[in-house]
Design a protein around this ligand. Structure first.
Ligand code: MSP
Length: 623
C-alpha cells in the first residue's frame, strides 16, 4: 500500500521578500517531498503565506495600500521565487483565503462552546509605539525591552485559550513520542521550557488596536491572534481540498518558531480533538559572518541572484549539501563555488562527459547491451546500486538529507575510481568486449545516481536521464530499475556543470579591451542616474520584448518602458531596486510614454539589471 507523506513549510510573512532562510526551508521540504514521491508515497506538500497581524498591517501602511492589496502584491513574489526554485508544492495556502478563515472561525467557535476559550481582563505593561504588552519580568529597567521607550500599565479585555491545562499532558506526550520534536536538542529545549509554569494563551486582539485579522466568531470587537490563525493552515489546507491526509507527517520549521509549533499547536489540536503531527523538525539558521540574516544588518542573501549566477540545481544542491539539517551553517558564495566546482563540475559533470566520450570512442556512441559477465565491473554491480538506493531511502526517512547526499556523492566518486581502474582507454584496444561490458555498467550506475539526485536537482538530472533514453515518469519509483535501452544513441558531449571560476590554465583567450571614445567628467555628470524602486511591472500590450514598469523615484512615481521582457518575468521585478537615467527625453514606445531608462548589462544575449549592492532608498543619486 502507498504510504502517505504530508510535509509542510512554515507559511511566510508577506512583509518581507523571500531570502535565503525562506528558500532553504522550502527547498529542503521540496527535496523531501520529491524523495517520497520517488519512494512511491502519496505526497501532499504544502507551503503558503501568513497574511494577518500587526507586521503585515504596518508594512501595508508604509506603502499606502490596503493590507489585502499589499498581500496580493507580495504573495506574487513568493510564488515567483518558488517557481524559479522548481518547488513542487501541491497547494499554496494564503491565510486570507475564505477556505482558511471560515474553518478557523469554526474551530474557534467549537473551542469557545467547549469552554476551552474564556474571557478575562488582561493587565500588563503596554508599549504604545510597539503596540504590544510585556510582563513585569520582560521589562528592561522598567522600559520596553524591544525599543527602550516608556511603557504604561494597561488593562484590557481579551480572550484566552486554556493552554495551561494541557501542560502535563504535553510533557508526557513529548517524552513518550521521541520523534515528535526533532532533532533531540530542540526536544530538550521544549522540555526545558515546559518545566516552568505554562500560562494560558491570549488569542485575541481588540479591533480598535488591530483590525487586520480573522474576526472572532463570538465577539466582533476582536480579531484572532495571528499565530492561532496561522498554525491552523496546516489543517485547513488539505481539508479544503477534500484531502484527508491530516495529521501531517512533517512540519519543517526554523528553530526560532519552535515554541509556537511545539507548545501552542499541539495543545490547540488536543483541545479541538484533532490528531497531532508526527514530527516537527526545527532546522538551524543560515548565518552570514556569524550573524543571523536581517534587513537591518544589511546582510540578506537573495536566492534569485544566486540562481541567476549558478543555476537553480546547483543552488538547491548547495543548500541541501552544505548544511546538516538541524545545525546552523555559515553562508558564503565562496563555499558555494567550492562545492559546485569540486562535486558538481569535477565529480559528477566530468564523469558524465567522460563516459559519453568513452562510449563514443569504444561503443560507436551507442549504449552497449547488458551482459551477465560481471568480472570487470568492480564496485558497479547491480547489488551495489540497490544497496545505495536502500541506504539513501533510510537516510531520508531518518531526515538525514545531508548523510543521504554523502552516500550518493561517495558512490559517484566510486564510479570515477572504477573508471580509473578499468582504464577503458587502454582496455579498449585489447579487450573491446570487456570494455563494452564495463562502460554499460558504468553508465547504468550513473543513470541510477541521476535518478537518486533527481529530487535535489530535477532539471539537470532529468536532462541526463533524457540523454540516456529514459523518460523519467512524474512519480518514478525508487525500486524500479532504470533500464537503459541497448543501442540508444548518446550525445557526444554535455557540459552539465561548467566550472564557475575561470580556470587559469584555460585556453580561452582574454578578449582585447574595446577601443573606446573618451568623455570628460563634465559630460558624464550631465547624466542623472538615480535608484528607483519597482512598484509594478506588466507586459506591454502585444509585445514579447517590452515591459511597462511603474517606479518609485523617492519624490515621484514614473512609468518606464524597458526591453527586458524576454529575460525577466514581470512579477520577479516588483520590489527590486534598479538604476534609472532620469533626465533622458521622454519617448513614446507603443503608445506609452517612457520617462527614463533602466540600466542593464548585456553579454552574449544574456541580460542583467544593474542593482545596488545593499539597501538604499529610492531617489538616491548615483555619484
Ligand atoms: N509566519 C511565521 C510562520 C508561521 S507558520 C504557521 C514566520 N514567518 S517568517 O517569514 O518570519 O519565517 C519563516 C521561516 O523562515 C522560519 O522557519 C524561520 O526560521 C526561517 N528563517 C528566517 N531566517 C532564517 C535564516 N537565516 N536561516 C534559516 N531559516 C531562517 O515565522
Amino acid at each position: 500500500m502507498r504510504r502517505q507523506f504530508y510535509v509542510t513549510t512554515p507559511i511566510y510573512y508577506v512583509n518581507d521578500e523571500p531570502h535565503l532562510g525562506h528558500a532553504y526551508c522550502t527547498v529542503i521540504a521540496d527535496i523531501l517531498a520529491r524523495f517520497h514521491r520517488l519512494f512511491g508515497d502519496k505526497v501532499f506538500f504544502l507551503t503558503g503565506t501568513d497574511e494577518h497581524g500587526q507586521k503585515v498591517a504596518e508594512a501595508s501602511q508604509e506603502t499606502d495600500r490596503t493590507p489585502k492589496e499589499h498581500c496580493d502584491l507580495m504573495v506574487q513574489r513568493f510564488k515567483a521565487v518558488w517557481k524559479k526554485l522548481n518547488i513542487s508544492n501541491d497547494d499554496f495556502i494564503r491565510t486570507t483565503e475564505l477556505r482558511h478563515t471560515t474553518k478557523v472561525q469554526e474551530i474557534l467557535m467549537q473551542l469557545w462552546s467547549a469552554g476551552e476559550i474564556y474571557e478575562a481582563e488582561y493587565e500588563g505593561w503596554y508599549c504604545v509605539p510597539e503596540e504590544r504588552f510585556w510582563t513585569e519580568k520582560d521589562l528592561s529597567e522598567g522600559k520596553c525591552p524591544s525599543c527602550g521607550r516608556e511603557v504604561r500599565r494597561l488593562t484590557e479585555k481579551n480572550y484566552f485559550f486554556r493552554m495551561s491545562k494541557y501542560q502535563d499532558w504535553l510533557i508526557d506526550y513529548i517524552k513518550t513520542h521521541p520523534r515528535f520534536i526533532l532533532p533531540e536538542s530542540r526536544r530538550n529545549e521544549i522540555l526545558g521550557f515546559l518545566s516552568g509554569t505554562l500560562g494560558d494563551l491570549c488569542i485575541s486582539r481588540p479591533r480598535e488596536r488591530l483590525s487586520w485579522g480573522v474576526p472572532l466568531p463570538f465577539d466582533e470587537n476582536f480579531v484572532t491572534y495571528v499565530w492561532f490563525d496561522a498554525l491552523l493552515n496546516y489543517y485547513t489546507a488539505p481539508l479544503s481540498r477534500g484531502n484527508n491526509c491530516w495529521p501531517a507527517n512533517l512540519h519543517l520549521i526554523g528553530k526560532d518558531i519552535l515554541t509556537t509549533h511545539c507548545v501552542y499547536w499541539p495543545t490547540m489540536l488536543k483541545a479541538a480533538g484533532l490528531d497531532l503531527p508526527e514530527t516537527i523538525y526545527g532546522h538551524g539558521w543560515w548565518l552570514v559572518e556569524e550573524a543571523k540574516m536581517s534587513k537591518s544588518l544589511g546582510n540578506v542573501v537573495k536566492p534569485l541572484s544566486l540562481v541567476d549566477k549558478y543555476g537553480v540545481d546547483a543552488f538547491r544542491f548547495f543548500l541541501a549539501r552544505e548544511m546538516s539539517l538541524g545545525m546552523d551553517a555559515s553562508f558564503s558564495e565562496a563555499a558555494l563555488v567550492n562545492r559546485y566546482n569540486s562535486e558538481l563540475a569535477n565529480d559528477l559533470g566530468n564523469l558524465y562527459s567522460r563516459l559519453l566520450k568513452l562510449i563514443h570512442t569504444y561503443c560507436d556512441a551507442k549504449i552497449p547491451p547488458k551482459k551477465t559477465d560481471n568480472s570487470r565491473i568492480g564496485d558497479l554491480s547491480d547489488e551495489a546500486v540497490s544497496a545505495l538506493k536502500e541506504k539513501v531511502r533510510t537516510r531520508i526517512e531518518e531526515l538525514q538529507l545531508n548523510a543521504a547526499l554523502d552516500e550518493i556523492m561517495a558512490f559517484v566518486r566510486g564510479i570515477n575510481r572504477a573508471v580509473e581502474m578499468a582504464a577503458p582507454w587502454k582496455m579498449g584496444k585489447v579487450d573491446p568486449e570487456g570494455t563494452k561490458v564495463f562502460l554499460r555498467q558504468a553508465i547504468e550506475a550513473l543513470a541510477n545516481v541521476a535518478g537518486l539526485l533527481y529530487p535535489v536537482m530535477p532539471a539537470k538530472m532529468s536532462r541526463i536521464l533524457k540523454d540516456l533514453g529514459i523518460e523519467f515518469a512524474q512519480n518514478p519509483c525508487l525500486e524500479d530499475k532504470l533500464n537503459l535501452a541497448a543501442g540508444h544513441h548518446l550525445p557526444q558531449k554535455a557540459a552539465l556543470f561548467p566550472r564557475v571560476k575561470l580556470d587559469i590554465s584555460s585556453e580561452t583567450p582574454t578578449p582585447e579591451p574595446k577601443k573606446e571614445t573618451m568623455i570628460d567628467i563634465a559630460e558624464f555628470k550631465r547624466i542623472n542616474l538615480k535608484i528607483a524602486h519597482i512598484l509594478e511591472a506588466a507586459r506591454a500590450p502585444k509585445s514579447d520584448k517590452l515591459l511597462v514598469l511603474k517606479v518609485d523615484l523617492g519624490d515621484e512615481t514614473r512609468t518606464l518602458v524597458a526591453g527586458i521582457a524576454d529575460q525577466y518575468e514581470p512579477e520577479s521585478l516588483v520590489g527590486k531596486s534598479v538604476v534609472v537615467v532620469t533626465n533622458l527625453k521622454p519617448a513614446k514606445i507603443r503608445g506609452i510614454e517612457s520617462r527614463g531608462m533602466l540600466l542593464a548589462a548585456e553579454k552574449d544575449g544574456k541580460l542583467a539589471l544593474i542593482i545596488p549592492d545593499g539597501e538604499i532608498a529610492p531617489g538616491a543619486e548615483i555619484l
